[in-house]
Design a protein around this ligand. Structure first.
Ligand code: ATP
Ligand code: MG
Length: 565
């Protein structure tokens, strides 16, 4: 419970919670049951996190429960791998469904009986039209549909054909079962929708038991009814399906009456959140996998170092409404930065190293200096850092011919080495190509800890690592996967991708304590950003991912345009 304590701390208000409150107050429901109903045909993304947060937090706030139900009605696209990844991701986000793990496929027998029930009531029929013909009969938004010539089959003939569909007598596409509602309905979903289709495909859970499968629409609402779900929360594109779900509930002997409420889906800038496109990114090799740290998937964000609490905070700030909008990725990064600033320990890491030799520091010697782990959290304590004659500093922290406002190292200039001494640059050594390859410097032994006894000041403090003691590492820097705020993938994904979404630095040098970094626990590389160990680390060396840089573009956006959400 402590993981998700933040969920309970404040009272939230939105149109769905208002409905829930009044349903409870007026006794329309005794206790709240929600569910998160993924189709196991891909990995979860940040949009799903919004839905997960909504469903589970409403259940927590109102003392109800939230089920995890897999809507696994399409065996051709669903896989066990997805079922497992979804459970891992929901748990990692900090939510627990307890014993309430369900599968729509658990209800296949019940759904089949309900289909026969509709046939017996004269409300469903077996149609021999092909998928194409059914589409042609459906009409358009402005024209009514036409009845199928098979619409008036007798109950007996329908039952016989439906049973033979189940028995495997027919080929895929030869026949379907349709509801008999109204081909002239203004709502196309009510124009005799398909309830069952023939699919000679093995199902991850029911194996070869079935060769007919219910459609998502026929399974979804009834599954909610079986589970006693009181509030079926889904995204706006299902609003037009609600009359159909209600029709099923009214025409079937279901054990309970769920009510569906729709909210707007989350769209994230510089990203795509459709599973179809995410699968394509993986299959076409544009990313390293579902958990590529540039992916907006839960597993990608985890690998990137985003703490689950930052993701909860983000979807909470976005809130629940009915209006569509695109949320800036910068807000997600801001949430991570705000949290990590409080929790992440500080470390020193040099990403683009430049060698420094301290000429007046004795050769072969070294000493241990104390460094604070987290200035925001005194309980995080301190650690020791080895200091010696040869160091690495950041290439960017030196300029041979500095412009006016550059206060860091330059020939003849003195700066402070973080937690160490004042350092003065005496000479820049160049290679044949004219590039600076080494700095010859001196230090002032009187300035240990960072202050000069004579009171002289320096204008900059830079980070460093001891060359001899440093760990080598690869560091991966990430930028937006897509170039535009709202990617246009009309001309294919490749054309919309940001070519600079990944920058790999091979020769980084880290302070020695980073050899013991843990997966999933980001640290701040001082002056650079938040970084986390990548699972690719191993015998080949350490690999770190940049979660977010320190610079907060969101705070800037907010400063320009008004208060924080
Ligand atoms: P996609 O469009 O990415 O394929 P989906 O809606 O088909 O997503 P499901 O597995 O059916 O994926 O989604 C499970 C639940 O998550 C549904 O209730 C759906 O409404 C919700 N959901 C999906 N995408 C978003 C989103 N971007 N924002 C909020 N909720 C979402
Ligand atoms: Mg869906």
């Amino acid at each position: 419970m402590s993981e998700t304590q933040d969920v309970l701390e404040e009272e939230r208000s939105d149109f769905i919670r208002n409905i829930v409150r009044s349903d409870l107050a007026e006794g329309r429901v005794k206790s709240i049951v929600t569910r998160f109903p993924p189709e196991p045909n891909g990995y979860l993304h940040i949009g799903h996190a919004k839905s997960i947060f909504l469903n589970f937090s409403i259940a927590q706030e109102f003392g109800g429960r939230c089920n995890l139900r897999f809507d696994d009605t399409n065996p051709t696209r669903e896989e066990q791998e997805y079922i497992e990844s979804i459970q891992r991701d929901v748990r990692w986000l900090g939510f627990d469904w307890g014993e309430h793990l369900f599968y729509a496929s658990d209800y296949f027998e019940q759904l089949y009986e309900w289909a026969e029930h509709l046939i017996r009531e004269g409300k469903a029929y077996v149609d021999d039209l092909s998928a194409e013909e059914i589409r042609a009969h459906r009409g358009t938004l402005t024209e009514p549909g036409r009845n199928s010539p098979y619409r008036d089959r007798s109950v007996d003939e329908n039952l016989d054909l439906f049973q033979r569909m189940r028995a495997g007598e027919f080929k895929e596409g030869e026949r379907v079962l349709r509801a008999k509602i109204d081909m002239a309905s203004g709502n196309i979903n009510l124009r005799d929708p398909v309830l069952y289709r023939i699919l000679h495909a093995s199902h991850p859970r029911t194996g070869d038991k079935w060769c007919i499968y219910p459609t998502y629409d026929f399974a979804h609402g009834q599954s909610d009814a079986v589970e006693g779900v009181t509030h079926s929360l889904c995204t706006l594109e299902f609003a037009d399906h609600r009359p159909l779900y209600d029709w099923f509930i009214e025409n079937l002997p279901v054990p309970s009456r769920p009510h569906q409420y729709e909210f707007s889906r989350l769209n994230l800038s510089h990203a795509v959140l459709s599973k179809r496109l995410l699968i394509q990114l993986v299959q076409e090799g544009h990313v390293a996998g579902w958990d590529d740290p540039r992916m907006p998937t839960v597993s990608g964000l985890r690998r990137r170092g985003f703490p689950p609490a930052a993701i909860r905070d983000f979807v909470d700030r976005v809130g629940i409404t009915k209006s569509d909008n695109v949320v800036e990725m910068a807000l997600l990064e801001h949430c991570a930065r705000e949290l990590l600033n409080k929790s992440a320990e500080r470390r020193m890491a040099v990403l683009r190293p430049l060698k420094v030799v301290i000429e007046n520091y004795p050769e072969g010697e070294s000493e241990e200096l104390q460094a604070v782990n987290n200035p925001e959290d005194p309980s995080a304590g301190s650690r020791s850092l080895p200091f010696s004659r040869e160091l690495f500093i950041e290439r960017d922290d030196f300029m041979e011919d500095p412009p006016k406002k550059f206060f860091r190292l330059a020939p003849g200039r003195e700066v402070r080495l973080r937690y160490a001494y004042f350092l003065t640059c005496r000479e820049a050594i160049k290679n044949d190509a004219g590039d600076v390859v080494e700095l010859r410097c001196t230090y002032d032994p009187e300035t240990k800890g960072g202050n000069a006894p004579d009171g002289r000041k320096v204008k900059a403090t830079i980070h460093w690592v001891s060359a001899e003691h440093a760990q080598k590492a690869e560091v991966r820097l990430y930028n937006h996967l897509f170039r535009d705020v709202e990617p246009d993938v009309g001309a294919g994904l490749a054309a919309a991708l940001n070519e600079d979404s990944l920058e790999v630095l091979q020769d980084c040098r880290l302070e020695p304590s980073l050899a013991d970094a843990s997966l999933g626990i980001p640290v701040q590389f001082e002056r650079q950003g938040y970084f986390v160990l990548d699972p690719d680390s191993g015998a080949g060396g350490l690999v770190f991912n940049r979660t977010v840089a320190l610079r907060d573009s969101w705070a800037k956006v907010q400063a320009k345009s008004g208060p924080k959400p």
